[in-house]
Design a protein around this ligand. Structure first.
Ligand code: DX5
Ligand code: ZN
Length: 220
């Protein structure tokens, strides 16, 4: 069965204090830490890469759920593996030809492969990667255009989640963008079990309350 994973997006944290921000989120009950890797090409924003993952790894044993918004994910596999990434989720839009090799290499570096899709990408595009003999283990349905935190949740993306959940009852399905107390029920009832939340968690007076509320919504 699928278990709830609440993954605060560290994009909304204070990057100058990443280790203590990570510890704070884990103390507040986070299951995973969501790490947004952006290269300034696939998305119009530049964030962190393997060196920062490597630094953070020295401070925590937590599952680092890495979301690669990069034009050449294959180039990141070895450095991210060495750095101590746990999950490696690449975008289907730029992996049309080499996804089999990509999944193979991610697994060989001891990471868990996932595939993400942008709001404009039809859900059918990920089916071959989930049905493959060497499949991805998570699908990340973007609920905003990738690139920035603090955007508005796109409820129309829940059709993708519903279709995916029906087809794959035990798959990890992650949603990312605009999740918080006012949108979690839509995502949970559609069938998402891995919940990324940046601004709603970091911006809350009591992040622990937001995390536990979201976990309860997924369980119900
Ligand atoms: C957007 C990132 C998200 C972002 C979510 O490209 O993939 O992980 O941090 O932030 P919120 O929860 O504020 O929408
Ligand atoms: Zn993300």
């Amino acid at each position: 069965g699928v278990t709830p994973k609440i993954a605060p997006s560290m994009l909304s944290s204070d990057f100058a204090n990443l280790a203590s921000e990570a510890k704070r989120m884990l103390d507040f009950g986070a299951d995973w830490l969501h790490m947004d890797i952006m290269d300034g090409h696939f998305v119009p924003n530049l964030t962190i890469g393997a060196p920062v993952i490597e630094s953070l790894r020295k401070h925590t044993k937590a599952y680092l759920d890495c979301h690669l918004m990069v034009a050449n994910p294959i180039d990141y596999v070895e450095p991210m593996g060495k750095a101590g990434a746990s999950g490696f989720t690449f975008h289907v839009e730029i992996s049309k030809d080499n996804w089999q090799e990509l999944i193979q290499r991610i697994k060989s570096k001891g990471m868990r492969p996932g595939v993400a899709l942008k709001p404009g990408t039809p859900i059918e595009e990920v089916y071959p990667l989930v049905d493959s003999e060497n499949p991805v283990e998570m699908v990340l349905v973007m609920t905003v255009e990738p690139g920035f935190g603090g955007q508005k949740f796109m409820p129309e993306m829940m059709d993708k989640v519903r279709v995916l959940r029906k087809k794959y009852p035990s798959l990890d399905i992650e949603v990312d963008g605009g999740l918080g107390p006012s949108t979690i029920d839509m995502a949970a009832s559609a069938g998402a079990n891995c919940i990324v939340a940046g601004s709603s968690v970091f911006g809350a007076p009591e992040p622990a309350a937001v995390i536990s509320l979201m976990r309860k919504s997924v369980l119900e």
